[in-house]
Design a protein around this ligand. Structure first.
Ligand SMILES: *Cc1c(COP(=O)(O)O)cnc(C)c1O
Length: 485
């Protein structure tokens, strides 16, 4: 096969800063003190914190080397299903760093914040248009917090009608945050099984839906990468019993400009700006999970709201039925700036094209690998496809072994063992930003690994062989983390 990229080469060892430090070494020169030491200074001369003494070059090399042990979307393909690890244009980072934005303080009065308020207001409008909803809050800082917001809105809606419902229907393919958010809001979740096509059937929902059920949470496309084709009929069933439909929009990257969730029965949904709209997902960075609602839920949205009248933007807390605040201020503003710039620079047609390419790339991978890996749902997929390790069972090679081996070929492993409905799941999401050449290289790598599984299964058991850190005991790593090296 073609040479894999960035998988081997100069791998530098690195000791701890404490091992590197030498007493008296320094990274800066301080001018000699020309004032009398104060008592506070004296207090500090005793046993200070045990920090190593290092020169500037020691520190720069240390952190640069550590950064090279890492892998990110700027280094290579990152096919982590459900996470939409696409490449995000650097221009959007640049806009977010403009001093007028980066230095804006959330407590500045409205007359000094017209630009930032306008950006929030217009971003809400764009997101409403993309989702086919009527009103948006940008406050939630993550998808999961968006879900909680949605649950609080559904609860507030029922309460306003004097009704208190206790259950939420959640499909067996849902992301773990769905039942967690429902439960955090005090609902108990009732699982609905997906059918043999990998989607939810109206019959299964009708059998569960009653007047103690506040609503249903539907991820569309779902975590198998399949479009929930029955969503309109399911919405009718839920609405007929007075329930609401929550849409988990984390997979919006498959349907931008193609499906407006508000038009197919969804009443409230969240988006992950840190997946779909130009902020990387994961890595612990700031996120943003806006919640979009239909008009009838707008009175319950979090305050303050950005309002516009007589040529001026301002913040308004005047929403008596609001569920209250979710953040001290407005959410993670930097992420919103990037989303706004991304939407502006892509335009409606560009967003649609991005989704079309994301879907095309996933289907290309699905078709190219279905001879090599078992494909539990052999139907056209959306932005991601899910395989399993069933064909490798005879060799006792697992999804984990194959995922680890991908690192030797220079690729970040895909999401594994999720969704739970597929035993030994391998969930691949290439995104629209990978070229055909890179996708072909990835396909070739997986084919080569499948051949190795037949010919040399032992090799896969000890993979990866090339990276700095080999096969870890993941249970011990989680239970007994060693934080000092
Ligand atoms: C990522 C994801 C979430 C949660 O989003 P976070 O921002 O990580 O909290 C919820 N549902 C689905 C389907 C997701 O992929």
């Amino acid at each position: 096969m073609k040479e894999s990229q960035g998988a081997s080469g100069l791998i530098l060892n690195e000791s701890l800063l404490w091992e590197k430090g030498k007493k008296g070494r320094s990274g800066f020169s301080m001018p000699r003190r020309d004032v009398v030491p104060s008592p506070v200074d004296e207090g500090l001369t005793g046993d200070g914190p045990d920090l190593p003494d290092l020169s500037e070059v020691d520190v720069v090399r240390h952190y640069t080397r550590l950064s090279q042990w890492n892998f990110g979307v700027d280094t290579g393909m990152y096919p982590l299903g459900s996470c939409t690890m696409k490449y995000n244009p650097k221009i959007n980072e640049k806009q977010a760093a403009l001093p007028g934005f980066a230095g804006a303080h959330p407590l500045l009065p409205a007359e000094l914040s017209q630009g930032t308020l306008e950006l929030l207001y217009r971003l809400e409008q764009y997101l409403a248009e993309i989702t086919g909803m009527d009103a948006v809050t940008l406050q939630p800082a993550a998808g999961a917090q968006g879900e909680l917001t949605g649950m609080l809105l559904i609860h507030a809606y029922h309460a306003s009608r004097g009704s208190h419902r206790s259950k939420i229907i959640v499909p067996d393919t849902a992301h773990g945050t769905n039942p967690a958010s429902a439960s955090l809001c005090g609902f108990s979740s009732v699982a609905v099984q997906s059918d043999e096509k990998g989607i939810i059937s109206p019959g299964a929902v009708a059998a569960l839906m009653d007047e103690d059920t506040a609503g249903i949470m539907i991820t569309n496309p779902n975590t198998l990468g399949l479009f929930e084709e029955n969503i309109q009929e399911i919405a009718r069933i839920v609405h007929a019993k007075g329930g609401l439909v929550y849409g988990d929009g984390a997979n919006m990257n498959a349907i931008m400009g193609i499906v407006q969730m508000g038009k197919i029965g969804v009443d409230v949904m969240h988006l992950n700006l840190h997946k779909t709209f130009s902020t990387p997902h994961g890595g612990g960075g700031p996120g943003s999970g806006p919640v979009c609602v239909k008009d009838f839920l707008a009175p319950f949205l979090p305050v303050p709201r950005v309002v516009y009248s007589e040529g001026t933007y301002r913040l308004s807390g005047d929403l008596p039925q609001s569920i209250g605040r979710l953040q001290a201020f407005h959410g993670n503003f930097g992420v919103m700036i990037k989303a706004f710039c991304y939407i502006m620079s892509m335009g409606g047609e560009g967003l649609k094209r991005a989704s079309q390419l994301a879907v095309l790339n996933a289907n290309y991978i699905k078709q190219s690998l279905k001879e090599s890996l078992h494909l539990p749902y052999d139907r056209p997929c959306m932005h991601e496809c899910v395989f399993s390790d069933r064909l490798q069972e005879a060799e006792k090679v697992t999804t984990l072994d194959m995922a680890k081996r991908l690192m030797d070929y220079g690729f970040h492993p895909p999401t594994i063992y999720f969704p739970l409905v597929v035993h030994g799941a391998m969930m691949i999401e290439p995104t629209e930003t990978e070229s055909k050449e890179d996708i072909d290289r990835f396909i070739e790598a997986l084919r080569a690994i499948v051949a190795e599984a037949r010919e040399n299964p032992e090799l896969l058991k000890s993979a990866p062989g090339l990276p700095k850190v080999r096969r870890l005991d993941e249970t011990a790593a989680a239970r007994k983390p060693c934080l000092t090296g």
